[in-house]
Design a protein around this ligand. Structure first.
Ligand code: SF4
Ligand code: SF4
Length: 135
């Protein structure tokens, strides 16, 4: 699917902010797609890891925040281990999550989790999930 980027969609502050929080430079990425191929969550993500780097590099804040990608990232570090350019994509994912959470917006509302699900979920998984998905 072609990706069309217009200048009006580019949020330049966003690029700087993600680079500042993650400590990563997007110019490192050569768009090889290794990260997308290795990602265990890739099939469920609306934007692949490779696209996430590309969209971040071009300041596509709304597209990134409208997708489920950064929230589904399991921080498993497989992409970092295999990236030929050593780009720390898990840190980039975390930086984008932080930008959202710092606006006091939850991705997941704890009180909306159905009771029947709460009974089955291990407490450690819930704590981990709340730390990642709530402000
Ligand atoms: S593996 Fe690294 S260089 Fe290749 S697309 Fe992913 S982030 Fe870019
Ligand atoms: S750290 Fe996230 S993006 Fe990278 S391979 Fe694991 S789940 Fe995928």
């Amino acid at each position: 699917m072609p990706i069309i980027i217009s200048d009006s969609q580019v949020v330049r502050d966003f690029v700087q902010k993600v680079e500042e929080i993650s400590g990563e430079k997007f110019s490192k990425c050569m768009q090889c797609g290794t990260c997308s191929g290795i990602c265990p969550m890739g099939a469920e993500m609306q934007l692949s890891p490779r696209h996430t780097v590309l969209m971040t590099k071009f300041g596509q804040k709304d597209r990134l925040l409208d997708s489920n990608t950064v929230w589904l990232c399991a921080s498993c570090h497989s992409c970092l281990v295999r990236c030929p350019r050593g780009l720390d994509l898990p840190k980039v994912m975390e930086a984008i999550r932080q930008i959202t959470l710092r606006t006091n917006e939850n991705y997941l509302e704890p009180f909306e989790i159905p009771d029947e699900l709460l009974e089955d979920l291990p407490p450690i998984a819930m704590v981990s999930c709340f730390r990642k998905h709530t402000a």
